[in-house]
Write a protein that binds this ligand. Structure first.
Ligand SMILES: Nc1ncnc2c1ncn2[C@@H]1O[C@H](COP(=O)(O)OP(=O)(O)OP(=O)(O)O)[C@@H](O)[C@H]1O
Ligand SMILES: [Zn+2]
Length: 777
């Protein structure tokens, strides 16, 4: 959480002292830079540009400026530069100290985009710019300063004195001189001494004689050139599209050719071949020498998926979270230089500095990971929308389960729907069986695999097929339960039940990572004999191994997938048929395309359903429909078994029927009735502090101020709450929240700006605002 804004601290940058007459230069003579800083206050500061920088400094440059009372040097971003405006108040300005990069990091469009983000997500421009530039670019990782040598200026060498000196050069110096003469570019000391076959002495002597000169330059020295490593990847031809894909592509091509910023919601059922449509649309923009950005959830950045792009295009940059600073810097430079055709990456790749962007694609657009949970709390989908508008390029939002947000825009005809309702090669959608576990004898005996699912797995495995089991809880048991008082053991810092991890015999908090040996007695009532209840992936793995001893089973969750590349290893083993049963958390629910998977089991469909969350139903539908889609992708067909204690729940029923349209209709009806998103916007204000009563009282105060301001300014913003947050205690802090709700998001933004900077502060209590939150916990 960021600190509340402290307006007063930032007022003194432009010193409003009485200027001396000679300082009262006429406005036109002043050359000023507009600078923003990475602070929570959204303000632009003016700095004087010294004469020596006037020709160099441009908007988009990173600079160093003196800031605050102590004039501490701080990095900042130049967002504008030029002669002072006529009405610029006459005050004494501080001076820009240094320009930090040789070239600006942002062009005009990126400045506009980031300004928009600051407005839309209620943070400062400086915070947004700071987040857009990777750390590796800021610290110029993987580069070093080198000294380059070249001959002195021709006019100097042509002089009589020089000619005489050259005439009399000793052999080694002569060799150095000749080496530079025949070189086409300046040389490093190493290159030069090698080429002349001497040490550094003769070079220094020549320099003393002013026959050669040197200068310093920053150069890249990347050891790990990702693209060189992958250059040998076998190139493959594009597939021949089926009629559905052709229709989809044609619509997209029309927008590309017309340079329209149209947004397409590509609703294609699982296995309908959306990726091939993306690839061929990208083919078109690449043929114009333009670049495409493809956003995918981090977890989809698997070698399998990346291979699909690398085998089709010459230069693909993959931006995943395991990149080193210097790799990231290397990619940024290459992208900015226009050398990369396709940029594939998670959320932040939406900011890739492609100079001639032609297309943006968001795959699996329903994924919540496209929203950033720290400031700036932007949603990559909305940023992509804005960028597509600024660059006049189309945006494709692809999913088998579009968000209701996108769906409403389709209904309102703001976005264009493209439907692909059939799987490729006329494959049928898998048959989904909903299994009511309430009367299952196995489940009653505390097993997790019920009778029907067990039989289904036996058949599938017996016929040589592979199985995916999905369970969204990691660990062994999600609760330690006390018979004495009926409570479960909570994390000492969070209001969250501890999960037992049997492999390490630890009770772990999945929110703050607290862990300890499980207590033998209930910390609440002191009774002995705590019970481990419920099933997580570890326990499921044990059960599978016991029930299917002849088959190889692999667990995939964030506990087993800690190492770099572990994800890839498991998926490769699964693809190669070395693993029969893959079980895991939502990691295995997405994008996987394995034709030999003939059965998918959803072990407990209800885990998402009972969350106190507006989006619980939508998320349940998405997860089940997505995980169900992992089967039946080959000729052997496929089946899905969904175990649930709520077999009549619409989200589950509709997912079983692969019926997005009717789920959307049902759920949108509810949302409309409640005037909930997507029919309105929420902004969530979350407060936290060490003492519950204080947080509660302060939440009440803030919400009252906002409510009064809304009334005074006649803004139709409703305040819902305050109330304790669903996780009332997290990492030792008590948490309260309330929502600002309005049909028009502008009214929320206006209201916040109205009160921002005037809100009271309370010692020890922090608060943030999250516009269009996806996480309500
Ligand atoms: N025109 C085509 N002819 C033959 N095979 C195709 C064609 N288009 C796609 N495929 C294949 O169909 C499979 C499924 O395609 P893809 O993974 O793109 O589906 P998808 O729509 O992204 O599914 P999901 O939403 O489940 O990830 C892939 O193995 C792909 O190679
Ligand atoms: Zn905790």
């Amino acid at each position: 959480m960021s600190k509340p804004k402290q307006q007063s601290l930032f007022e003194e940058e432009e010193l409003p002292e009485n200027p001396m007459p000679w300082e009262r230069e006429s406005a036109q003579d002043l050359y000023l830079a507009q600078i923003v800083l990475n602070r929570p206050v959204d303000r632009v500061f003016h700095y004087l540009v010294p004469e020596s920088m006037r020709a160099l400094l441009r908007a988009g440059h990173r600079v160093q400026v003196p800031f605050g009372r102590g004039n501490q040097l701080s990095p900042g971003y130049c967002v504008g530069v030029g002669p002072a405006e006529e009405n610029q108040p006459s005050i004494r300005f501080k001076t820009v100290e240094a320009i930090l990069d040789s070239r600006p990091l942002f062009d005009a469009k990126m400045l506009k985009l980031t300004r928009w983000i600051a407005d839309r997500y209620l943070c400062s421009w400086g915070q947004v710019l700071e987040c857009v530039v990777p750390a590796g670019v800021k610290n110029q990782a993987g580069t070093r300063m080198v000294t380059l040598f070249e001959l002195a200026a021709p006019s100097h060498l042509a002089g009589d004195d020089s000619a005489a000196l050259i005439e009399k050069l000793p052999a080694k110096q002569r060799a150095v001189f000749d080496a530079l003469k025949s070189a086409e570019k300046p040389l490093t000391l190493e290159e030069l001494t090698q080429s002349a076959g001497c040490g550094s002495g003769p070079v220094q002597s020549l320099k003393k004689k002013s026959l050669i000169r040197s200068h310093q330059k920053r150069m890249q020295h990347f050891e790990n050139d990702d693209d060189v490593v992958h250059a040998h990847i076998k190139k493959e031809d594009d597939l021949e599209l089926n009629p559905d894909q052709c229709r989809a592509l044609d619509q997209i091509l029309e927008a590309i050719r017309g340079q329209r910023s149209e947004t397409f919601v590509l609703h294609g059922v699982t296995g309908s071949g959306k990726t091939e449509v993306y690839i061929q649309a990208i083919r078109e923009v690449v043929s114009y020498g333009q670049q495409a950005i493809v956003l995918v959830p981090e977890i989809s950045l698997t070698p399998q998926a990346i291979q699909r792009f690398r085998s089709r295009f010459d230069s693909v940059a993959v931006l995943h979270s395991h990149l080193s600073d210097s790799d990231r810097h290397y990619h940024w430079q290459n992208i900015a230089a226009g050398k990369v055709q396709v940029i594939v990456g998670a959320r932040s790749a939406v900011f890739a500095p492609a100079p001639h962007l032609g297309l943006i694609i968001i795959d699996e657009e329903h994924e919540t990971s496209f929203k950033q949970e720290t400031a700036p709390r932007y949603h990559a989908r909305e940023v992509a929308r804005k960028r597509s508008e600024l660059e006049s390029v189309p945006l494709i939002l692809g999913s088998a389960t579009p968000t209701l947000n996108s769906w409403l825009r389709v209904i309102e005809k703001k976005d264009t729907l493209i439907s692909m309702s059939k799987r490729v090669n006329d494959l049928p959608m898998p048959n989904v069986n909903i299994i009511d576990v309430r009367n299952d004898v196995q489940i009653r005996r505390n097993d997790s695999i019920g009778r029907v699912l067990f039989t289904g797995m036996q058949h599938a495995l017996g016929a040589g097929g592979q199985v995916i089991l999905f369970l969204n809880l990691r660990g062994y048991s999600p609760a330690l339960w006390c018979k004495g008082c009926g409570n479960s053991v909570k994390c000492p810092h969070c209001e969250i039940s501890l999960t037992w991890h049997r492999d390490k015999n630890l009770a772990v908090c999945h929110s703050c990572d607290f862990s300890a040996k499980p207590p033998t007695h209930c910390p609440g009532c002191g009774a002995p004999g705590l019970r481990f209840v419920g099933t997580g992936t570890q326990r499921l793995e044990e059960e599978v191994k016991a029930k299917f001893p002849g088959y190889k089973c692999q667990r995939m969750d964030s506990d087993t997938m800690r190492g770099v590349g572990s994800h890839a290893r498991v998926l490769n083993a699964f693809a190669a048929g070395e693993v029969d049963i893959l079980l895991g958390t939502q990691m295995i629910a997405k994008g996987l395309d394995f034709p030999n998977v003939t059965l998918v089991g959803v072990v407990d469909a209800d885990t998402m359903l009972h969350q106190p969350d507006l989006f619980a139903s939508e998320r349940t539908f998405q997860l089940i429909a997505q995980v169900a889609g992992r089967t039946g992708r080959g000729m052997q067909g496929g089946r899905v078994f969904v175990q649930t204690a709520s077999p009549t729940e619409p989200a589950i029923l509709k997912a079983a029927e692969h019926d997005f349209l009717s789920f959307a209709k049902y759920e949108m009806g509810h949302r409309k009735e409640m005037l909930a998103p997507p029919y309105s916007h929420y902004a969530r204000v979350i407060l936290r502090g060490p003492q519950e009563e204080h947080v509660q009282e302060f939440a009440r105060q803030l919400s009252q101020i906002l409510s009064d301001a809304a009334e005074e300014k006649k803004l139709s913003v409703q305040i819902l709450g305050p109330a304790p947050a669903p996780i009332i205690r997290l990492k030792k802090y008590f948490r309260y929240h309330f929502q600002l709700a309005a049909v028009n998001v502008e009214e929320i933004l206006q209201l916040w700006r109205e009160v921002d900077g005037k809100l009271p502060r309370e010692k020890g209590i922090e608060y943030i605002i999250d516009v269009d939150p996806v996480n309500m916990r």
